[in-house]
Design a protein around this ligand. Structure first.
Ligand code: ZN
Length: 333
């Protein structure tokens, strides 16, 4: 630190000499070299702020950065609070500049210790800093290609096109997004889908499906019991508890957007599904180490639902409803 201050002062003297002796008209070389300043807030407050790996203060904090140069430098900023997902970003700061940083911390309490060392997932937009949402467009998987509507609309297609609209809507809101597959017909096992979300350190995984049952409209599933698959028992009780809490926040916000278009079929445990009744939980839930919800968006075998979700307007409304559900979970604090 002392060395960088000295360098900065020496540079400031250089700036002064240049500006008085040679009288440069403009440019970074004739700006005075004074400290930069970071104003860091977090929600909730009281979080530890680290700059370039060094602890500086707890939020809300005013942190002078003496090493900021006239040309600007990048600083690694990390904000940590017990029980919350680490917040990381890189901030560009020029001497004399004051920069405000706001961090919305996401409570998880479910990240396994080894996951914290995994760098954040590649995102569709690198500048995004919001929580990572994993979107899992269901099917094809090791178990099924999904269902088909009365006129031949496939679940694979609907899950995929709604996922793309959901991805774009989330990115527009500042979330980061990880998808479990990159092409509509890409086959991915349910275990791989959960592991993609785990590796990304996702705050939340939403699995998109369409039902083939009686009735109409959306139904929401969360892991209500542990299940066993490939000799692995899961998810953890922490994941089940947060997933249940998220289901109760997600469902009313989501169905409020769909009201008048699509009815709701309620919140259910994974154990009420065909696979869940045999395994205890859906495979994608068993391997999830992050909160997970499965949305059976419509009853695709119902003619009205099939027609509705086949339209661009219907898909957009569904994406908006899913964003409202995700917002209700992650922005409720
Ligand atoms: Zn399905």
């Amino acid at each position: 630190m002392r060395l960088t201050v000295k360098l900065c002062l020496a540079f400031a003297a250089g700036c002064l000499l240049l500006s008085s002796g040679i009288a440069l008209a403009s440019g970074p070389a004739n700006q005075p070299c004074v400290p930069g300043m970071l104003l860091v807030n977090s929600k909730p407050a009281g979080a530890k702020v680290y700059v370039a790996g060094y602890f500086k203060a707890r939020t809300p904090a005013e942190i002078p950065i003496p090493s900021a140069t006239c040309e600007g430098r990048s600083y690694r900023l990390t904000i940590l609070l017990d029980g919350y997902q680490p917040w990381r970003n890189t901030i560009e700061l020029t001497s004399g500049e004051t920069r405000e940083v706001g961090a919305r911390l996401v409570a998880l309490g479910v990240l396994e210790p080894e996951l914290e060392a995994i760098p954040s997932a590649p995102s569709a937009a690198a500048s995004q800093t919001g929580p990572v949402i994993c979107i899992d467009p269901g099917h094809p998987s090791e178990t099924s290609d999904g269902c088909t509507g009365p006129t031949g609309v496939t679940e694979i297609h609907i899950n995929w096109v709604v996922a793309l609209k959901l991805r774009d809507a989330l990115l527009a809101e500042g979330y980061r997004v990880v998808m479990t597959k990159s092409k509509e017909n890409q086959k991915v096992t349910n275990r791989q889908r959960a592991e993609t979300a785990n590796k990304a350190g996702a705050a939340f995984m939403v699995r998109l499906h369409c039902d083939s049952t009686a009735g109409r409209g959306i139904a929401l599933y969360y892991p209500d019991r542990q299940g066993t698959r490939f000799g692995v028992t899961g998810p953890s009780r922490a994941v089940m508890s947060i997933s249940q809490r998220y289901a109760k926040l997600f469902y009313p916000a989501c169905t409020a957007v769909l009201r008048g278009h699509e009815p709701g079929r309620g919140i259910h445990g994974d154990s009420a599904t065909f696979v869940g009744s045999k395994q205890g939980a859906l495979t994608g839930s068993i391997f999830a180490r992050i909160p997970v919800l499965t949305a059976e968006m419509v009853v695709l075998t119902n003619r009205t639902d099939e027609a509705y979700i086949s339209t661009d307007a219907g898909q957009r409304l569904m994406a908006r409803a899913l964003v409202a559900g995700i917002d209700a979970c992650l922005r409720a604090k």
